[in-house]
Design a protein around this ligand. Structure first.
Ligand code: GDP
Ligand code: MG
Length: 151
């Protein structure tokens, strides 16, 4: 277990459906520390870079047009095991296979409208954070630290 940073993003359907607050709240209440947050409408080229690994997939054009259909809210959360635990909090890629307590399991029914993104590895998290927050993140000490962590 280590302190990690992960890139979490509310997709355009999540923004349109008013889920931004809930998604932020779940990470905040879990004990993670917010070190970056912004709404963005970055355009096709940027979204193609974000999903470059999937460019050969048949669903890629649909994915890019979905992601380009409105603003997204990107955030970086920091804390213990943030990448793997962030993925668990999001749920499975296919919402029908997601735990009902997860974000996708609570709010989505289709893989092509699954409301949120989360980095899948520490290495990809670092790449995504650089892509979405080239200006850097915020370094601060949480007053709750000793109430969240035993050590
Ligand atoms: P994630 O890491 O759980 O988001 O999943 P992936 O990295 O495999 O895919 C990225 C995103 O592409 C997913 O969150 C879905 O929105 C979309 N996606 C993945 N697989 C499919 C698919 O089979 N069909 C469609 N329409 N979209 C998909
Ligand atoms: Mg992925």
């Amino acid at each position: 277990m280590s302190t990690e940073q992960t890139y979490i993003m509310v997709k355009p359907d999540g923004v349109q459906r008013g889920l931004v607050g809930d998604i932020i709240s779940r990470f905040e209440k879990r004990g993670y520390k917010l070190v970056g947050l912004k709404m963005a409408t970055p355009g096709k080229d940027h979204l193609e870079k974000h999903y470059a690994d999937l460019s050969s997939k048949a669903f890629f054009p649909g994915l890019i047009s979905y992601m380009n259909s409105g603003p997204v809210v990107g955030m970086v959360w920091e804390g213990r095991d943030a990448v793997k635990t962030g993925r668990v909090m999001l749920g499975a890629t296919d919402p029908l296979k997601s735990d009902p307590g997860s974000i996708r399991g609570a709010y989505a029914l289709e893989v092509g409208r699954n409301v949120c993104h989360g980095s899948d590895t520490v290495e990809n998290a670092q790449k995504e954070i650089k892509l979405w927050f080239p200006e850097g993140l915020n370094s601060w000490t949480s007053a709750a630290y000793n109430w969240v962590y035993e050590k």
